[in-house]
Design a protein around this ligand. Structure first.
Ligand code: SAH
Length: 352
């Protein structure tokens, strides 16, 4: 059996399914219930190390250390917003790479936003994560442990997860799928798939693949423009997949899964927030069962995009609503703590 490898080349124990772990234990001459115990320590009790696993013998711990990589993220820095209950975490991976995750507390519970890659290669013009390209994909365990570490540190129960941090999740498809399987597994954290949202810049073949996976996760598409030309100017991926193709893939996703579809639209002053944009966008999305999430673009120092002001954003929202489109203006949480994807990591890299 080909098991998923960690950074050191050994099998990555936290990325194994319970049945794979059971098989691995069997090959080590251990009974099946040991796999169950280990799995519970990792995915339910969120142990940071074998040392915490009180019902596992010293000998087995040693064997595990020899045979497996154990992913446990270290929080290098936590920034707490003074404006709201948002916290931004900078985690260090075992190879020294850094990633960001965000903790958000709402009236209805806690959401965590995780990264799916170190950096990103999609090149969206307003995004800080992509400036130096992609370094590597995150392992399923590294995606999971962002959530586990945050729940350990804050002591809060995580009710929703969004894969909207740095990286393009559909550019790390196999690891994303395994992450979803582990996160929603009833022997593990058991997060309902309905409480998970994956955000993509629009890799069409993988949206279509995802639609066939029989999952109950929500899809968010980063649309950000009302027509093909404007989208190409902001998002290089649009050169590969036309806006109509992307929307058709989203329609297929909805038809196959019945899950909620969100279109993210970052409002950039004078670029995509005009009356004409509102009109084109209304036409483009007419008949779609969806929510449009407007967010004034979070300015990054490397680019001179300015956010749409509040009055214009509200007017834009009203115009869409006149065409019976569901719209929300996302609260800009954690503005004071480098809230936009990739800003904190970049600042840290520049300092060192
Ligand atoms: N690669 C995925 C997920 C990560 S980005 C995707 O493209 O959807 C999460 C969302 O934040 C995307 O909608 C992205 O376009 C948006 N985003 C990135 N930088 C931003 C910024 N500076 N201001 C506002 N939104 C931004």
């Amino acid at each position: 059996m080909e098991l998923i490898q960690g950074i050191s080349g050994k099998t990555d124990i936290k990325s194994l399914t319970l049945s794979e772990l059971t098989q691995a234990m069997k090959e080590m001459g251990e009974p099946a219930f040991r796999a169950k115990q280990l799995y519970e320590w990792m995915h339910v009790k969120k142990a940071r190390d074998y040392d915490e696993m009180t019902n596992i013998s010293k000998a087995l711990k040693e064997k595990c250390r020899e045979n497996f990589d154990f992913v446990s993220l270290r929080a290098e820095m936590v920034q707490e917003s003074k404006l709201d209950d948002t916290k931004k975490f900078l985690f260090v991976l075992s190879d020294g790479n850094m990633i960001e995750s965000v903790f958000m507390k709402y009236k209805f519970g806690v959401s965590v936003c995780i990264s799916s890659q170190v950096g990103c290669r999609m090149g969206c013009k307003f995004c800080a994560s992509t400036i130096d390209g992609v370094v590597r994909n995150l392992l399923p365990s590294e995606m999971l442990d962002q959530i586990y570490a945050i729940s350990r540190i804050t002591g809060e129960k995580v009710g929703r997860v969004v894969v909207m941090g740095s990286g393009e999740p559909l550019d790390n498809y196999d690891n994303l799928l395994r992450f979803i399987e582990l996160l929603s597994n009833e022997d593990g954290m058991n997060l309902g798939q309905r409480n998970l949202t994956v955000s993509t810049c629009g890799i069409v073949p993988n949206i279509l693949r995802l639609a066939e996976e029989k999952l109950a996760i929500n899809l968010a598409l980063s649309l950000h423009a009302s027509n093909q030309d404007k989208r190409m100017a902001l998002m290089p991926i649009a050169n590969k997949y036309n806006i109509k193709e992307v929307l058709n893939a989203c329609r297929t996703y909805f038809d196959k899964t019945g899950r909620q579809l969100t279109f993210e639209y970052s409002l950039v002053a004078g670029v995509n927030d005009t009356d004409e944009d509102a009109r084109e966008l209304s036409e483009l999305l007419s008949g779609f069962n969806c929510v449009v999430n407007l967010i004034p673009v979070n300015p990054i120092k490397e680019r001179d995009f300015r956010p749409t002001d509040r009055t214009t954003a509200v007017a834009f929202k009203n115009k869409l609503e006149k065409s019976r489109i569901n719209v929300t203006i996302r609260r800009e949480m954690g503005r004071d703590i480098d809230g936009a994807c990739g800003q904190l990591r970049r600042r840290r890299l520049e300092e060192s």
